[in-house]
Design a protein around this ligand. Structure first.
Ligand SMILES: Cc1cc2nc3c(=O)[nH]c(=O)nc-3n(C[C@H](O)[C@H](O)[C@H](O)COP(=O)(O)OP(=O)(O)OC[C@H]3O[C@@H](n4cnc5c(N)ncnc54)[C@H](O)[C@@H]3O)c2cc1C
Ligand code: SF4
Length: 327
């Protein structure tokens, strides 16, 4: 690990003012960043410890939306009574991630920015366009069982690893950020980028901008929602495929559908093609299967991960059945 300077600002203004330098990074729970520093993948000259900032609250706003501070721990969010009751999809997604110890440290802001788990990204002896732009992608012709089938490019096929973000994509969250040039609100579908030709750029966050909160819209029917994660072992493992499903079913017909997939996309994958099939259709197995076909219709498999196409379809159908039932 390279030597670095660590500062502990007590207020947001100082934290943001300290973050402008080229090689400066914020640190929250440290569960991803410190690992990356130990492996010499991240080499910040200065870390800005943001844990003293007042970004730890979860509040219901006057319009019914829920505002979650960026420093709320993953465990605290998962077990918050409002989240458990009104947004079970988010609580379940969080509890399916990592281990209790990591969830007690990991924050909402850090979870949004966690890096891929592509093995070649972590092994500095291999070329990786995301780590060293222009060096090549070792996964495309290498071992790619865990890699993505949706949103890939000729430069990178890495999956986005977060479970929480899949639920937030389905919920249509808004990311609040603040930088030296003021505050911005970023709709969730605009926050994470596709790899394209520049996989080193992963989000639309500008350098030095601090994530301050994530806002979840009031969605009354989100109380009927579910996150299903399929993985190689039951705990402490990233998704092979996952589905976040929120359905509003009235008299056996789906009025509104919000669906996102994890473990298969290069970013948290809002399944808009599935949502189109589901909206207005009868809540039954036929509809769910057609929606799953649509969701994966643009999937591009590689040597070791073609199985993910069928796995993701089955995962989505099962999650849809759990939420929508069978009319
Ligand atoms: C063994 C292991 C297993 C895991 N399994 C899973 C899993 O199954 N599912 C899953 O979803 N996740 C999993 N994770 C990932 C874990 O959820 C993330 O490491 C965690 O959410 C990151 O949060 P953090 O607060 O520790 O971030 P940090 O490590 O502190 O920071 C991560 C990045 O975010 C930046 N950052 C942090 N906060 C802010 C902010 N407010 N504004 C701007 N930038 C910020 C940092 O500069 C850094 O670049 C696992 C992690 C480990 C180590
Ligand atoms: S898939 Fe992306 S992260 Fe993995 S080796 Fe290729 S460029 Fe690197």
């Amino acid at each position: 690990m390279e030597p670095f300077k660590l500062i502990h600002p007590n207020d947001q203004h100082t934290a943001i003012a300290s973050s402008g330098g080229a090689n400066v990074k914020f640190i929250a729970g440290g569960t991803n960043l410190v690992d990356l520093m130990k492996l010499d993948i991240e080499k910040p000259a200065q870390l800005v410890d943001i844990n003293s900032l007042k970004l730890q609250t979860i509040e219901t706003l006057s319009n019914g939306n829920v505002r979650i501070g960026a420093l709320v721990k993953n465990s605290d969010l998962a077990y918050h009574p409002v989240i458990m009751k009104n947004y079970p999809v988010l609580s379940e997604a969080l509890l399916s991630g990592a281990s209790p110890q990591i969830r007690n440290m990991a924050t909402v802001g850090g979870n949004l920015l966690q890096r891929t788990r592509c093995p070649y990204f972590y092994d500095t002896s291999f070329p990786c366009n995301k780590r060293v732009p222009g060096s090549g992608c070792s996964a495309i012709n290498g071992y790619n069982r865990m890699n993505a089938i949706l949103g890939t490019s000729s430069q990178c096929i890495a999956t986005h690893p977060s479970d929480m973000c899949v639920a937030m994509a389905a919920l249509g969250a808004i990311v609040h950020v603040e930088g030296l040039r003021g505050k911005r609100e970023i709709p969730f579908h605009e926050f994470h980028l596709l790899p394209g030709q520049t996989p080193q750029y992963e989000t639309t966050l500008k350098h030095g901008e601090l994530i301050t909160a994530v806002e979840i819209p009031a969605i009354p029917y989100a109380a009927k929602s579910h996150y299903l994660k399929v993985r190689d072992r039951h705990s402490y493992e990233f998704a092979l495929a996952s589905a976040a499903v929120i359905l509003n079913v009235v008299n056996g017909r789906i009025q509104t559908a919000r669906v996102a997939l994890g473990g298969v996309g290069t970013r948290p994958w809002r399944a808009v093609l599935a949502e189109k099939v589901l909206t207005g259709a009868l809540a039954n197995e036929q509809t769910y299967r057609t929606a799953a076909e649509a969701a994966l219709s643009e999937a591009k498999p590689h040597k070791d991960n073609a199985f993910k196409i069928e796995l993701a379809k089955r995962t989505l159908v099962r999650a849809l059945k759990t939420v929508g039932g069978m009319s």
